[in-house]
Design a protein around this ligand. Structure first.
Ligand code: S3P
Length: 437
Protein backbone atom coordinates (compact mmCIF):
# COMPACT_ATOMS: atom_id res chain seq x y z
CA UNK A 1 0.00 0.00 0.00
CA UNK A 2 1.33 3.48 -0.80
CA UNK A 3 2.01 5.63 2.23
CA UNK A 4 2.88 9.32 2.51
CA UNK A 5 4.93 10.22 5.60
CA UNK A 6 4.81 13.84 6.72
CA UNK A 7 6.51 15.83 9.45
CA UNK A 8 6.48 19.46 10.47
CA UNK A 9 8.00 21.58 7.72
CA UNK A 10 10.38 24.52 7.97
CA UNK A 11 9.03 27.94 7.04
CA UNK A 12 7.98 28.05 3.40
CA UNK A 13 9.66 30.41 0.95
CA UNK A 14 8.83 28.88 -2.38
CA UNK A 15 7.87 29.41 -5.99
CA UNK A 16 6.02 26.56 -7.67
CA UNK A 17 3.99 25.64 -10.75
CA UNK A 18 1.18 23.13 -10.39
CA UNK A 19 0.13 20.61 -13.06
CA UNK A 20 -2.55 21.33 -15.64
CA UNK A 21 -6.17 21.74 -14.60
CA UNK A 22 -8.08 18.46 -14.40
CA UNK A 23 -11.50 19.75 -15.46
CA UNK A 24 -10.02 21.68 -18.36
CA UNK A 25 -7.77 18.79 -19.48
CA UNK A 26 -10.79 16.46 -19.75
CA UNK A 27 -12.71 19.01 -21.77
CA UNK A 28 -9.73 19.77 -24.03
CA UNK A 29 -9.60 16.09 -25.07
CA UNK A 30 -13.35 15.75 -25.52
CA UNK A 31 -13.90 18.98 -27.42
CA UNK A 32 -10.83 18.70 -29.66
CA UNK A 33 -12.06 15.19 -30.61
CA UNK A 34 -15.15 16.86 -32.04
CA UNK A 35 -13.25 19.36 -34.21
CA UNK A 36 -12.36 19.14 -37.88
CA UNK A 37 -8.58 18.65 -37.57
CA UNK A 38 -5.54 18.07 -35.39
CA UNK A 39 -5.40 20.03 -32.13
CA UNK A 40 -2.32 20.24 -29.94
CA UNK A 41 -2.99 20.40 -26.20
CA UNK A 42 -0.12 21.57 -24.01
CA UNK A 43 0.30 21.48 -20.22
CA UNK A 44 -2.22 18.64 -20.21
CA UNK A 45 -2.68 16.98 -16.81
CA UNK A 46 -0.98 13.59 -17.06
CA UNK A 47 -3.07 12.28 -14.16
CA UNK A 48 -5.02 9.04 -14.00
CA UNK A 49 -8.44 10.66 -14.41
CA UNK A 50 -7.51 12.43 -17.63
CA UNK A 51 -5.88 9.25 -18.93
CA UNK A 52 -9.24 7.55 -18.45
CA UNK A 53 -10.75 10.15 -20.79
CA UNK A 54 -7.98 9.57 -23.34
CA UNK A 55 -8.45 5.79 -23.19
CA UNK A 56 -12.22 6.03 -23.66
CA UNK A 57 -11.93 8.45 -26.59
CA UNK A 58 -9.36 6.16 -28.23
CA UNK A 59 -11.77 3.26 -27.81
CA UNK A 60 -14.32 5.42 -29.63
CA UNK A 61 -12.04 5.78 -32.65
CA UNK A 62 -10.18 9.02 -31.90
CA UNK A 63 -6.43 9.06 -32.56
CA UNK A 64 -4.60 10.75 -29.70
CA UNK A 65 -0.83 11.02 -29.83
CA UNK A 66 1.26 11.80 -26.76
CA UNK A 67 4.59 13.26 -27.98
CA UNK A 68 5.27 14.27 -24.36
CA UNK A 69 3.51 13.37 -21.13
CA UNK A 70 1.88 16.80 -21.01
CA UNK A 71 1.43 17.35 -24.77
CA UNK A 72 -1.28 15.67 -26.81
CA UNK A 73 -2.20 15.75 -30.48
CA UNK A 74 -5.86 14.94 -30.85
CA UNK A 75 -7.19 14.11 -34.32
CA UNK A 76 -10.70 15.51 -34.41
CA UNK A 77 -13.30 13.59 -36.43
CA UNK A 78 -16.09 16.17 -36.63
CA UNK A 79 -18.10 14.45 -33.92
CA UNK A 80 -18.03 11.04 -35.62
CA UNK A 81 -17.29 8.34 -33.09
CA UNK A 82 -17.11 4.60 -33.77
CA UNK A 83 -18.76 1.82 -31.80
CA UNK A 84 -16.38 0.49 -29.13
CA UNK A 85 -15.43 -3.19 -29.16
CA UNK A 86 -15.78 -3.57 -25.37
CA UNK A 87 -16.69 -1.77 -22.17
CA UNK A 88 -15.51 1.82 -21.75
CA UNK A 89 -13.63 1.92 -18.43
CA UNK A 90 -13.75 5.36 -16.79
CA UNK A 91 -11.54 4.46 -13.80
CA UNK A 92 -12.07 6.78 -10.82
CA UNK A 93 -13.32 9.65 -12.96
CA UNK A 94 -16.85 10.98 -12.57
CA UNK A 95 -16.10 13.72 -15.10
CA UNK A 96 -15.16 11.10 -17.72
CA UNK A 97 -18.30 9.04 -17.19
CA UNK A 98 -20.74 11.93 -17.00
CA UNK A 99 -19.37 14.08 -19.83
CA UNK A 100 -18.81 11.17 -22.22
CA UNK A 101 -22.38 10.01 -21.56
CA UNK A 102 -23.44 13.34 -23.02
CA UNK A 103 -21.42 12.62 -26.16
CA UNK A 104 -22.64 9.02 -26.47
CA UNK A 105 -26.31 9.87 -25.95
CA UNK A 106 -26.71 10.97 -29.58
CA UNK A 107 -24.49 8.35 -31.32
CA UNK A 108 -25.99 5.61 -33.47
CA UNK A 109 -24.50 2.76 -31.43
CA UNK A 110 -24.70 1.24 -27.97
CA UNK A 111 -21.98 1.36 -25.34
CA UNK A 112 -21.39 0.33 -21.73
CA UNK A 113 -19.50 2.54 -19.27
CA UNK A 114 -17.84 1.05 -16.19
CA UNK A 115 -15.77 2.44 -13.34
CA UNK A 116 -13.64 1.48 -10.34
CA UNK A 117 -15.35 0.65 -7.03
CA UNK A 118 -15.52 4.34 -6.01
CA UNK A 119 -17.04 5.49 -9.31
CA UNK A 120 -19.43 2.52 -9.16
CA UNK A 121 -20.94 4.05 -6.02
CA UNK A 122 -21.54 7.51 -7.54
CA UNK A 123 -25.02 8.55 -8.67
CA UNK A 124 -25.61 8.69 -12.41
CA UNK A 125 -29.37 9.33 -12.36
CA UNK A 126 -28.52 13.03 -12.38
CA UNK A 127 -27.33 12.71 -16.00
CA UNK A 128 -29.67 9.89 -17.01
CA UNK A 129 -32.82 11.93 -16.34
CA UNK A 130 -32.04 14.85 -18.68
CA UNK A 131 -30.28 12.76 -21.37
CA UNK A 132 -33.19 10.29 -21.48
CA UNK A 133 -35.58 13.25 -21.76
CA UNK A 134 -33.58 14.33 -24.83
CA UNK A 135 -34.33 10.94 -26.41
CA UNK A 136 -31.39 8.75 -25.40
CA UNK A 137 -31.81 5.42 -23.65
CA UNK A 138 -29.47 5.21 -20.67
CA UNK A 139 -29.85 2.62 -17.98
CA UNK A 140 -27.80 2.13 -14.83
CA UNK A 141 -27.23 -1.49 -13.94
CA UNK A 142 -27.15 -1.10 -10.15
CA UNK A 143 -30.28 0.08 -8.30
CA UNK A 144 -31.30 2.09 -11.35
CA UNK A 145 -28.72 4.80 -10.68
CA UNK A 146 -25.20 3.43 -10.17
CA UNK A 147 -22.72 2.31 -12.87
CA UNK A 148 -22.22 0.40 -15.10
CA UNK A 149 -24.24 2.48 -17.56
CA UNK A 150 -25.76 1.08 -20.75
CA UNK A 151 -26.21 3.79 -23.32
CA UNK A 152 -28.17 3.33 -26.51
CA UNK A 153 -27.56 6.39 -28.61
CA UNK A 154 -30.60 7.84 -30.40
CA UNK A 155 -31.39 11.01 -32.35
CA UNK A 156 -31.75 13.72 -29.70
CA UNK A 157 -34.04 16.69 -29.40
CA UNK A 158 -33.19 19.91 -27.59
CA UNK A 159 -34.35 20.29 -23.99
CA UNK A 160 -34.75 22.97 -21.36
CA UNK A 161 -33.54 21.57 -18.05
CA UNK A 162 -33.46 23.08 -14.58
CA UNK A 163 -30.64 21.45 -12.64
CA UNK A 164 -31.86 20.16 -9.27
CA UNK A 165 -28.28 20.28 -7.91
CA UNK A 166 -25.57 22.73 -8.95
CA UNK A 167 -23.27 20.47 -10.99
CA UNK A 168 -20.90 21.43 -13.79
CA UNK A 169 -20.67 17.78 -14.82
CA UNK A 170 -24.42 17.50 -15.36
CA UNK A 171 -24.59 20.89 -17.09
CA UNK A 172 -21.72 19.85 -19.36
CA UNK A 173 -23.24 16.44 -20.21
CA UNK A 174 -26.43 18.18 -21.34
CA UNK A 175 -24.58 20.84 -23.36
CA UNK A 176 -22.45 18.18 -25.10
CA UNK A 177 -25.58 16.21 -25.96
CA UNK A 178 -27.14 19.47 -27.14
CA UNK A 179 -24.42 19.89 -29.78
CA UNK A 180 -25.88 17.00 -31.76
CA UNK A 181 -29.56 17.49 -30.75
CA UNK A 182 -32.17 19.16 -32.90
CA UNK A 183 -32.97 22.74 -31.94
CA UNK A 184 -32.12 24.58 -28.77
CA UNK A 185 -30.82 23.08 -25.54
CA UNK A 186 -30.72 25.16 -22.38
CA UNK A 187 -29.68 24.49 -18.80
CA UNK A 188 -30.56 26.64 -15.79
CA UNK A 189 -28.32 26.28 -12.75
CA UNK A 190 -29.43 26.94 -9.16
CA UNK A 191 -25.99 28.46 -8.40
CA UNK A 192 -23.11 29.24 -10.77
CA UNK A 193 -20.83 26.25 -11.45
CA UNK A 194 -17.51 26.10 -13.28
CA UNK A 195 -18.04 27.33 -16.84
CA UNK A 196 -15.14 25.62 -18.65
CA UNK A 197 -17.39 23.80 -21.11
CA UNK A 198 -19.06 27.04 -22.19
CA UNK A 199 -15.77 28.96 -22.49
CA UNK A 200 -14.04 26.18 -24.37
CA UNK A 201 -16.93 25.62 -26.76
CA UNK A 202 -16.70 29.33 -27.62
CA UNK A 203 -12.94 28.90 -28.07
CA UNK A 204 -13.67 26.20 -30.68
CA UNK A 205 -16.08 28.73 -32.28
CA UNK A 206 -19.40 27.31 -31.11
CA UNK A 207 -21.80 30.07 -30.08
CA UNK A 208 -22.89 29.54 -26.47
CA UNK A 209 -25.13 32.14 -24.85
CA UNK A 210 -25.79 32.85 -21.22
CA UNK A 211 -29.01 34.56 -20.11
CA UNK A 212 -28.92 35.00 -16.36
CA UNK A 213 -28.60 31.54 -14.83
CA UNK A 214 -29.33 29.79 -18.15
CA UNK A 215 -26.80 28.53 -20.71
CA UNK A 216 -27.97 27.95 -24.28
CA UNK A 217 -26.54 26.02 -27.26
CA UNK A 218 -28.04 25.02 -30.56
CA UNK A 219 -27.64 21.66 -32.25
CA UNK A 220 -25.77 20.94 -35.47
CA UNK A 221 -22.59 22.72 -34.38
CA UNK A 222 -19.15 22.39 -35.92
CA UNK A 223 -16.04 22.84 -33.82
CA UNK A 224 -13.03 24.45 -35.45
CA UNK A 225 -9.68 22.80 -34.68
CA UNK A 226 -7.30 24.96 -32.59
CA UNK A 227 -4.39 24.36 -30.26
CA UNK A 228 -5.04 24.82 -26.58
CA UNK A 229 -2.88 25.45 -23.53
CA UNK A 230 -4.21 24.19 -20.21
CA UNK A 231 -3.54 26.49 -17.22
CA UNK A 232 -2.37 25.10 -13.86
CA UNK A 233 -5.01 23.63 -11.58
CA UNK A 234 -6.19 25.96 -8.81
CA UNK A 235 -7.53 22.90 -6.97
CA UNK A 236 -3.96 21.54 -6.77
CA UNK A 237 -2.59 25.01 -5.97
CA UNK A 238 -5.01 25.22 -3.02
CA UNK A 239 -3.01 22.67 -1.01
CA UNK A 240 0.11 24.84 -1.09
CA UNK A 241 -1.93 28.03 -0.61
CA UNK A 242 -3.24 26.72 2.71
CA UNK A 243 0.19 25.39 3.72
CA UNK A 244 1.58 28.92 3.26
CA UNK A 245 -1.43 30.96 4.44
CA UNK A 246 -1.54 29.24 7.84
CA UNK A 247 2.19 29.59 8.56
CA UNK A 248 3.23 33.03 9.87
CA UNK A 249 6.12 34.41 7.85
CA UNK A 250 5.70 31.96 4.93
CA UNK A 251 5.90 33.21 1.35
CA UNK A 252 4.62 31.39 -1.72
CA UNK A 253 4.23 32.23 -5.40
CA UNK A 254 2.26 29.89 -7.66
CA UNK A 255 2.87 30.51 -11.37
CA UNK A 256 0.56 30.02 -14.35
CA UNK A 257 -2.51 28.89 -12.47
CA UNK A 258 -6.07 29.05 -13.79
CA UNK A 259 -7.96 32.04 -12.35
CA UNK A 260 -11.38 31.45 -13.85
CA UNK A 261 -13.77 33.33 -11.50
CA UNK A 262 -15.99 30.22 -11.22
CA UNK A 263 -13.04 28.42 -9.56
CA UNK A 264 -11.39 31.03 -7.32
CA UNK A 265 -13.73 30.78 -4.32
CA UNK A 266 -10.91 29.28 -2.27
CA UNK A 267 -8.94 32.52 -2.57
CA UNK A 268 -11.94 34.53 -1.34
CA UNK A 269 -12.41 32.27 1.68
CA UNK A 270 -8.73 32.38 2.65
CA UNK A 271 -8.80 36.18 2.39
CA UNK A 272 -11.89 36.21 4.65
CA UNK A 273 -9.87 34.05 7.05
CA UNK A 274 -7.31 36.84 7.17
CA UNK A 275 -4.72 35.47 4.73
CA UNK A 276 -2.74 37.85 2.57
CA UNK A 277 -3.25 36.64 -1.00
CA UNK A 278 -2.86 38.46 -4.29
CA UNK A 279 -3.93 37.11 -7.66
CA UNK A 280 -2.43 38.64 -10.79
CA UNK A 281 -4.24 37.68 -13.98
CA UNK A 282 -1.74 37.93 -16.82
CA UNK A 283 -3.47 35.92 -19.52
CA UNK A 284 -7.12 36.72 -20.03
CA UNK A 285 -7.36 36.76 -23.82
CA UNK A 286 -7.54 32.97 -24.10
CA UNK A 287 -10.49 30.73 -23.24
CA UNK A 288 -9.38 30.51 -19.63
CA UNK A 289 -7.83 33.33 -17.56
CA UNK A 290 -4.54 32.45 -15.85
CA UNK A 291 -1.85 34.16 -13.80
CA UNK A 292 0.05 34.03 -10.53
CA UNK A 293 -1.04 33.73 -6.92
CA UNK A 294 1.12 35.19 -4.15
CA UNK A 295 0.50 34.16 -0.53
CA UNK A 296 2.00 35.62 2.67
CA UNK A 297 1.37 33.48 5.76
CA UNK A 298 -0.21 34.65 9.01
CA UNK A 299 -2.77 33.69 11.66
CA UNK A 300 -6.13 32.56 10.29
CA UNK A 301 -9.59 33.30 11.69
CA UNK A 302 -12.67 31.06 11.55
CA UNK A 303 -15.29 31.79 8.86
CA UNK A 304 -18.66 30.57 7.61
CA UNK A 305 -18.68 28.89 4.20
CA UNK A 306 -21.97 28.11 2.48
CA UNK A 307 -24.65 29.08 -0.04
CA UNK A 308 -23.82 29.98 -3.60
CA UNK A 309 -20.07 29.94 -3.04
CA UNK A 310 -20.05 26.17 -2.44
CA UNK A 311 -19.95 25.03 -6.11
CA UNK A 312 -17.12 27.52 -6.68
CA UNK A 313 -14.89 25.78 -4.12
CA UNK A 314 -16.44 22.31 -3.89
CA UNK A 315 -13.14 20.49 -4.52
CA UNK A 316 -11.23 22.75 -2.12
CA UNK A 317 -13.44 22.06 0.91
CA UNK A 318 -11.16 19.24 2.17
CA UNK A 319 -8.14 21.54 2.36
CA UNK A 320 -10.29 24.42 3.67
CA UNK A 321 -11.41 22.10 6.49
CA UNK A 322 -7.73 21.66 7.37
CA UNK A 323 -7.29 25.47 7.26
CA UNK A 324 -10.28 25.72 9.61
CA UNK A 325 -8.61 23.40 12.14
CA UNK A 326 -5.64 25.82 12.18
CA UNK A 327 -7.80 28.96 12.40
CA UNK A 328 -8.93 30.76 15.54
CA UNK A 329 -12.60 30.08 16.30
CA UNK A 330 -15.37 27.80 15.03
CA UNK A 331 -15.61 27.47 11.25
CA UNK A 332 -19.00 26.46 9.89
CA UNK A 333 -19.36 24.72 6.52
CA UNK A 334 -22.95 24.29 5.30
CA UNK A 335 -24.83 23.54 2.04
CA UNK A 336 -22.10 21.05 1.10
CA UNK A 337 -24.16 17.84 0.95
CA UNK A 338 -22.59 17.12 -2.45
CA UNK A 339 -19.37 16.20 -0.64
CA UNK A 340 -21.08 12.97 0.39
CA UNK A 341 -21.16 11.74 -3.23
CA UNK A 342 -17.61 12.57 -4.33
CA UNK A 343 -14.77 10.02 -4.68
CA UNK A 344 -15.64 9.10 -1.08
CA UNK A 345 -18.04 10.60 1.47
CA UNK A 346 -15.74 13.56 2.05
CA UNK A 347 -17.66 14.95 5.05
CA UNK A 348 -17.32 11.64 6.92
CA UNK A 349 -13.67 11.25 5.86
CA UNK A 350 -12.81 14.80 6.95
CA UNK A 351 -14.58 14.52 10.29
CA UNK A 352 -12.97 11.15 11.09
CA UNK A 353 -9.45 12.19 10.13
CA UNK A 354 -9.60 15.60 11.80
CA UNK A 355 -10.73 13.91 15.04
CA UNK A 356 -7.81 11.49 14.80
CA UNK A 357 -5.53 14.53 14.73
CA UNK A 358 -7.18 15.88 17.88
CA UNK A 359 -9.61 18.39 16.34
CA UNK A 360 -13.10 18.95 17.76
CA UNK A 361 -15.55 18.51 14.87
CA UNK A 362 -19.34 18.34 14.70
CA UNK A 363 -20.53 16.64 11.54
CA UNK A 364 -23.88 17.61 9.99
CA UNK A 365 -25.77 16.14 7.06
CA UNK A 366 -24.68 19.01 4.78
CA UNK A 367 -21.48 20.23 6.41
CA UNK A 368 -19.53 20.49 9.64
CA UNK A 369 -18.31 22.74 12.42
CA UNK A 370 -14.60 22.73 13.11
CA UNK A 371 -13.05 24.20 16.24
CA UNK A 372 -9.66 25.80 16.00
CA UNK A 373 -6.94 26.51 16.53
CA UNK A 374 -6.19 22.85 17.24
CA UNK A 375 -2.73 21.68 18.13
CA UNK A 376 -2.66 18.91 15.56
CA UNK A 377 -1.30 15.52 16.57
CA UNK A 378 0.43 13.30 14.03
CA UNK A 379 -1.71 10.24 13.26
CA UNK A 380 -2.18 7.39 10.80
CA UNK A 381 -4.95 8.43 8.45
CA UNK A 382 -6.74 6.66 5.60
CA UNK A 383 -7.24 8.49 2.32
CA UNK A 384 -10.29 6.30 1.59
CA UNK A 385 -8.85 6.15 -1.93
CA UNK A 386 -9.70 9.83 -2.42
CA UNK A 387 -6.91 11.99 -3.86
CA UNK A 388 -8.08 15.23 -2.27
CA UNK A 389 -8.45 13.66 1.18
CA UNK A 390 -4.91 12.23 0.88
CA UNK A 391 -3.40 15.59 -0.07
CA UNK A 392 -5.42 17.65 2.42
CA UNK A 393 -4.18 15.51 5.31
CA UNK A 394 -0.61 15.48 4.02
CA UNK A 395 -0.77 19.28 4.39
CA UNK A 396 -2.32 18.91 7.85
CA UNK A 397 0.69 16.72 8.73
CA UNK A 398 3.01 19.65 7.99
CA UNK A 399 1.48 21.41 11.02
CA UNK A 400 1.25 18.39 13.35
CA UNK A 401 3.36 17.30 16.28
CA UNK A 402 5.08 14.03 15.40
CA UNK A 403 4.71 12.03 12.22
CA UNK A 404 1.57 11.72 10.10
CA UNK A 405 1.07 8.73 7.81
CA UNK A 406 -1.43 8.81 4.98
CA UNK A 407 -2.25 5.27 3.91
CA UNK A 408 -3.75 4.20 0.60
CA UNK A 409 -2.17 7.33 -0.87
CA UNK A 410 -1.37 6.21 -4.44
CA UNK A 411 -4.65 7.94 -5.38
CA UNK A 412 -2.85 11.32 -5.46
CA UNK A 413 -1.92 10.32 -9.04
CA UNK A 414 -5.56 10.90 -10.00
CA UNK A 415 -5.01 14.66 -10.10
CA UNK A 416 -1.44 15.45 -8.96
CA UNK A 417 1.10 12.76 -9.92
CA UNK A 418 4.10 14.74 -8.57
CA UNK A 419 2.46 15.81 -5.32
CA UNK A 420 4.90 13.91 -3.11
CA UNK A 421 7.90 15.36 -4.95
CA UNK A 422 6.64 18.86 -4.18
CA UNK A 423 5.88 17.83 -0.60
CA UNK A 424 9.51 16.76 -0.27
CA UNK A 425 10.62 20.19 -1.47
CA UNK A 426 8.37 21.79 1.16
CA UNK A 427 9.80 19.50 3.85
CA UNK A 428 13.33 19.97 2.48
CA UNK A 429 14.01 16.23 2.50
CA UNK A 430 14.62 13.38 0.12
CA UNK A 431 12.33 10.55 1.23
CA UNK A 432 8.87 10.32 -0.28
CA UNK A 433 6.11 7.84 -0.95
CA UNK A 434 7.22 4.69 0.83
CA UNK A 435 5.93 1.25 -0.12
CA UNK A 436 4.41 -0.69 2.73
CA UNK A 437 3.13 -4.18 2.43
C1 S3P B 1 -16.14 18.88 -12.17
C2 S3P B 1 -17.24 19.32 -11.48
C3 S3P B 1 -17.43 19.10 -10.05
C4 S3P B 1 -16.13 18.77 -9.35
C5 S3P B 1 -15.35 17.71 -10.09
C6 S3P B 1 -15.03 18.18 -11.50
C7 S3P B 1 -16.06 19.10 -13.62
O1 S3P B 1 -18.32 18.01 -9.86
O2 S3P B 1 -16.37 18.35 -8.03
O3 S3P B 1 -14.15 17.43 -9.41
O4 S3P B 1 -14.96 18.91 -14.20
O5 S3P B 1 -17.07 19.46 -14.21
P1 S3P B 1 -19.92 18.21 -9.91
O6 S3P B 1 -20.30 18.68 -11.23
O7 S3P B 1 -20.48 16.85 -9.62
O8 S3P B 1 -20.22 19.19 -8.82
Amino acid sequence: MDVIRVKKAPRMDWEVSVPGDKSISHRAVLLSSLTNGVCEITNFLAGEDCHSTIAVMRALGITIEEPETTTLQVHGRRGELTAPSGDLFCGNSGTTMRLISGLLAGQNFASRLTGDPSLSRRPMDRIMTPLNQMGASIQAEVEGKFPPLRIEGRPLKGLHYELPVASAQVKSAILLAGLSASGRTSVTEPAPTRDHTERMLRYYLVPVRREGATVIVHGGQHLESRDFQVPGDISSAAFWMVAAAAQPGARLTIRNVGLNPTRTGVIGVLIRMGATIREVVDDCDKAEPAGNIVVHGGFLQAVEIGGEEIPNLIDELPILAVAAALANGTTIIRDARELRVKETDRLAALAGNLRKMGVVVREHEDGMEIEGPASLQGATLDSFGDHRIAMAFAIAGLFAKGETLITNAGCVAVSYPDFTKSLDVVMKRKTRMAKRS
